[in-house]
Unconditional design. Structure first.
Ligand SMILES: Nc1ncnc2c1ncn2[C@@H]1O[C@H](COP(=O)(O)OP(=O)(O)O)[C@@H](O)[C@H]1O
Ligand SMILES: [Mg+2]
Lengths: 269, 363
């Protein structure tokens, strides 16, 4: 204990603060997870453990609605994340590998700006855009909107990764008779892969989770999981919502873990 | 060198500007086929820039570069039969050592098995066959260096460019690699253009050396030539150690300039260039070409007092404070001890120059 006082790296009291933070962050998630296992029609009275609400999600009265919403959510997330990651990879290559062109910091600012603009503003703007070009709202408009707002999320980890790769690798490839294209596909892209995977997973989660923009551009008769959950909650919170939320939480944790493992395994190489 | 030798790289009036900054100022030089050629100069003098222009990574602002007689300005790097050993090696981290070495052959259109077989032979040449299936990160610095070398040599380029390849290695390994490089150059017959800021390294390894400073070529010649007949102050000072004495030219007689040092003292030096009477110039003389005596041996002996003797294994360095003028460094090899005397600190001595040792430098 006396040695701890000499340890300049320890600040007394900070451990307690950390605990409080973790508690505030995770208590609601913990409550939802635990109560999703509640064998009761009420969301507050605990009546023992059961999986009945999970069964309800897949075969209960609302299951058709949730299945359709989940299908929309996952297909949109996969397509949007794939397209956004591809665009972000090409944009990062163009911007970081084309030398110090004049508009570079401006372009970088423009790409990451949407991350800081209030989402409601983006939602309204996107809606007005679709109306003015005369798009019928539905699956297509949701998909286009998701691709658009996923790009900056995919771009950041990809650009960060690329900035850490010295230009000499591609030059070495070209020096060894690779064309520019071969240097990109054979050397640069594999080296960027951890960033690309992180960017994809981030875009996927953001798309899966989006409510505000989706709600504005989706039109009537089509739901994604977040809008379906919201619609259901408006009629009163039922325990099946907690089961769905827990399932979504599980998917997110899984993706974050994959992303973490990917970046970790690259570093130890 | 005879003019009948084939010229591998011909740099003609090459200029490189970055905006207002001139990194390379009208450099012209010819590098012969089969030659171990070194670009030598302090950090920032433009060595890497010139190398990158030859490799094709930088455009030539003015002038032209010829490879075996053909202008190469329009050839992208992947079309030039020139390979580079990068300063940071730039080994591809996601590939095995063997795949790294095979990469250039494969890109040149050889089949995968064929390029891997040739890469294996190359690894044998640099004694790394046991490491073929490892990743570059699992190798030591010296081993990575040899992989980079094997990778660049595998496609059998006409010219190999090496940008300070040994600077990251420790002294012992560096000495060993110097020998190995020299050996590889002889064995493969490939023209090597080697970049270094280490004059000793340049002197040991090169057939010819181009000394550069501030983006300009200062002198081009064989190692011995540059050491014994430096053209200017920069070269004299940068290559090896030298004593510089500021003098005024009084008279020129039979290719020798008779100069006064001050205090009425007369020194003479040889110069290849035209000298003007009355010009302030420098006389340069290497420490090992000076010797000490207790009585003047000729009219040009300089009077002084021994300050210090420094023992350094093969030789002894003596610092002498001159009565008139700066301090001199005198080096006496241990094998010379029979002919040359060492004096105790505090002794009054005359410092004398060997015949033809003094050189006149204009700037
Ligand atoms: N891309 C660049 N833009 C501007 N200046 C550069 C660039 N590359 C090199 N320089 C400058 O050119 C000079 C020569 O650089 P370099 O050829 O790398 O020197 P060396 O290899 O001899 O140390 C340096 O002053 C360096 O700062
Ligand atoms: Mg350099």
């Amino acid at each position: 204990m006396r040695r701890a006082k000499l340890d300049i790296k320890s600040y007394p009291g900070f451990f307690a603060i950390t605990l409080v933070c973790l508690l505030i962050l995770y208590a609601p998630l913990l409550v939802v997870t635990v109560y999703s296992l509640n064998d009761s029609n009420s969301i507050t009275n605990w009546e023992g453990v059961s999986l009945r609400w999970y069964v309800d999600v897949f075969s209960g009265p609302e299951s058709q609605k949730f299945k359709a919403a989940a299908w929309n959510s996952f297909t949109i997330a996969i397509i949007a994340a794939t397209v956004a990651t591809t665009i972000a990879t090409l944009a990062a290559t163009a911007m970081i590998r084309s030398g110090a062109f004049k508009l570079r910091s401006l372009s970088f600012g423009l790409i990451s700006l949407p991350l800081m603009v209030p989402e409601i503003v983006l939602a309204v703007a996107t809606l007005i855009f679709f109306n003015s070009v005369g798009f019928t709202r539905g699956y297509g408009t949701i998909l286009i909107a998701h691709i658009a707002f996923c790009i900056p999320f995919a771009y950041l980890p990809i650009a960060a990764r690329m900035q850490g790769i010295d230009a000499s690798y591609e030059q070495a490839a070209q020096d060894l008779y690779a064309t520019k294209r071969q240097a990109f596909t054979r050397i640069l892209l594999p080296m960027m892969m951890p960033g690309v995977i992180s960017g994809f997973l981030l875009a996927f989660i953001v798309s899966l989770d989006d409510f505000i923009i989706t709600n504005f551009v989706k039109g009537a008769g089509i739901e994604t999981l977040p809008t379906a959950i919201f619609g259901s909650v408006k009629q009163g919170i039922k325990p099946n919502i907690m089961a769905i939320s827990t399932l979504l939480l599980g998917v997110s944790i899984l993706l974050v873990t994959i992303s973490y493992v990917v970046s970790k395994s690259e570093k130890t190489k | 060198m005879s003019d009948s030798r084939k010229i591998a790289i011909d740099v003609r009036g090459a200029v490189k500007r970055y905006g207002d900054f001139t990194a390379l100022n009208t450099v012209s030089l010819s590098i012969y086929d089969n030659e171990f050629f070194t670009l030598l100069g302090p950090s920032g003098c433009g060595k890497t820039t010139l190398l990158r222009m030859i490799a094709g990574f930088e455009e030539v602002t003015e002038g032209a570069i010829f490879l075996f007689g053909d202008e190469i300005a329009d050839l992208p790097p992947n079309k030039r039969p020139v390979n580079t050993v990068f300063q940071n090696y730039a080994l591809f981290p996601q590939m095995t050592v063997l795949d790294n070495v095979a990469f250039g052959l494969e890109m040149r259109g050889q089949s995968r098995p064929e390029s891997r077989r040739a890469a294996g032979e190359m690894l044998e040449l640099v004694q790394l066959s046991d490491f073929a299936s490892r990743r570059p990160a699992q190798l030591s610095g010296g081993q990575q260096q040899r992989v980079a070398l094997a990778r660049a040599l595998a496609p059998k380029p006409k010219v190999l460019l090496l940008d300070e390849p040994l600077s990251a290695l420790d002294l012992k390994l560096r000495k060993a690699m110097q020998m190995e490089l020299k050996h590889l150059q002889r064995e493969t017959g490939i023209t090597f253009i080697f970049v270094t800021h280490d004059q000793e390294e340049a002197l040991t390894m090169s057939d010819r050396i181009a000394v550069m400073s501030a983006g300009a070529l200062q002198q081009l010649g064989a190692a011995r030539d540059i050491y014994e007949r430096p053209h200017n102050m920069f070269v004299a000072d940068f290559i090896g150690e030298t004593n510089l004495l500021e003098v005024t030219v009084r008279e020129v007689r039979d290719g020798r300039a008779i100069c006064s040092l001050g205090g009425g003292h007369i020194l003479s030096g040889k110069s290849d260039q035209e000298v003007r009477i009355g010009a302030r110039v420098h006389i340069s003389v290497r420490p090992e070409r000076l010797f000490m005596s207790d009585a003047p041996t000729d009219a040009e002996g300089l009077r002084g007092r021994v300050r210090e003797n420094i023992f350094a294994g093969t030789d002894i360095t003596t610092l002498v404070d001159l009565d008139e003028g700066p301090n001199l460094v005198v080096r006496t090899s241990n094998s010379d001890r029979g002919n040359k005397r060492i004096f105790e600190p505090g002794s009054a001595v005359y410092v004398n120059m060997e015949q033809e040792a003094a050189r006149l430098l204009m700037d």
